[in-house]
Design a protein around this ligand. Structure first.
Ligand code: LLP
Length: 400
């Protein structure tokens, strides 16, 4: 498929119409990525659950739902947004982490399945909702991810150790709970699937210990290249997963068992770019800084994880130079790209930060009392549509 890249005139038109900074998403790319995930496993009861934390824009959620996805939620807020996008209770899985009984209640009242993340939360669930169905998140001991902050399998706060399965069953019995699902998520962004497949194998082994399962959820983490790496080999991963799944299903009693995955980044990362504008250029102690309106309140990933994002410069410059591209936030760490060789830029030039659709807007903030940007969708017919307005100064003042 062709990579999503805006032309110079498109960028200029969009920035003129909607302002800068601006998140722009491409519907066609989004749908393509959805279909790839949907076709990963061929099994009637295979269901990709989009992990909404990657991007909760309601219009994008609607498109993802229209591609046949269900969805996971990490919070009551995500549940509200998912409902607003049309997801039904039975299409939502609340993968909770350290929540109150009131938050559990919110989901239970709506008929949304809750998966709990510790023995203590299973106790809390049991005390408040005896006799109900519940899922548990297991931690298979294996992790994978682009940064230690996002590796969740193994030593982390997430999931219940496999050694505790007997205790899980004892708590379930004490409160007459039905363990209807097990899930895991070993971490975010792998471009090589062996650890994921091995964790799937481990989870299915664990699944044999439960006999009322309605679903097994293998988690997300499917990576995309940010820096020209080879793409995740979906065909190979598909073959490997299919084998593990088939082996398990052969001998499991519930032939209708749903198998879920939870991709977030893979679905939305590549359909999004972030447009920004150059406000100043300076040399300080022999380092050249390109000062833009893309502070880390708008895109946090480079600052938080040292993540690399490609930058496209929209000017006619034929010369290149090494620069550090920074934002407009009052911290030295407010850097989007350090020592990057890019076309020589001038004040007023537009740039686009690539692969910004996942964990871009969803992690943006009002730090420095800055406004979060608008979001625009390029629809399949080529027209553009505002799908979230920019914050206004009145929005900030409304906090009083
Ligand atoms: N399921 C669970 C339970 C998760 O915690 C996550 C992500 C996912 C699924 C989806 O993972 P994905 O397919 O997107 O890798 N902010 C970080 C990523 C944090 C991921 C948190 N959990 C980043 O910008 O790289």
């Amino acid at each position: 498929m062709k990579e999503f890249r805006l032309s110079k005139s498109q960028i200029e038109q969009l920035a003129e119409k909607y302002g800068s900074p601006l998140y722009v998403y491409d519907e066609e790319t989004l749908r393509t990525r959805c279909r790839e995930m949907k076709n990963l496993v061929s099994y009637t009861h295979f269901k990709p659950n989009y992990s909404a934390k990657a991007n909760t824009n309601i219009e994008l959620l609607k498109i993802i739902r229209s591609e046949g996805f269900h969805v996971d939620a990490m919070s009551v807020g995500e549940i509200i947004l998912e409902e607003a996008a049309g997801f039904l209770p039975e299409e939502i899985l609340f993968i909770s982490n350290n929540v109150t009984s009131q938050e559990m209640q919110f989901a239970v009242d709506r008929g949304i399945t809750v998966s709990v993340d510790s023995l203590s939360q299973l106790e809390t669930f049991g005390r408040h909702f005896p006799g109900k169905k519940v899922g548990v998140r297991l931690n298979p001991g294996v992790g994978a991810g682009h940064n230690k902050k996002v590796i969740t399998g193994g030593k982390s706060k997430f999931g219940i150790e496999l050694e505790e399965i007997t205790t899980i069953k004892a708590i379930a019995e004490k409160y007459s709970l039905h363990i209807v699902g097990i899930n895991q998520h070993i971490g975010s962004l792998f471009l090589e699937g062996s650890k994921y497949v091995s964790a799937c194998h481990t989870l299915f082994e664990a699944a044999r210990e439960f006999d009322e399962l309605e679903f097994v959820d293998l988690g997300g983490g499917f990576g995309v290249p940010y820096q020209g790496e080879d793409r995740l080999d979906l065909e190979k991963l598909s073959r490997q997963m299919q084998q593990v799944i088939d082996e398990f299903l052969e001998s499991y009693r519930n032939k209708e068992l749903e198998i879920k995955i939870e991709p977030g980044r893979y679905v939305v990362a590549e359909c999004g770019v972030l447009i920004g504008q150059v406000n100043s250029i300076k040399v300080n102690y022999s380092e050249k800084y390109v000062g833009t309106d893309l502070g880390f309140n708008v895109l946090m990933r480079p600052v938080l994880y040292d993540s690399y994002h490609g930058i496209v410069v929209y000017n006619n410059s034929e010369e290149e130079e090494k620069v550090t591209v920074v934002g407009n936030i009052c911290e030295t760490g407010d850097v989007i790209a350090k020592d990057r060789v890019l076309p020589v830029m001038m004040e007023g030039d537009y740039i686009a930060v690539e692969t910004a659709g996942a964990y871009g807007y969803s992690m943006s903030s009002n730090y420095n009392a800055r406004l979060r940007p608008a979001e625009v969708l390029i629809q399949c017919d080529g027209t553009d549509r505002l799908i979230r307005r920019r914050d206004s100064l009145e929005d900030l003042a409304r906090q009083l």
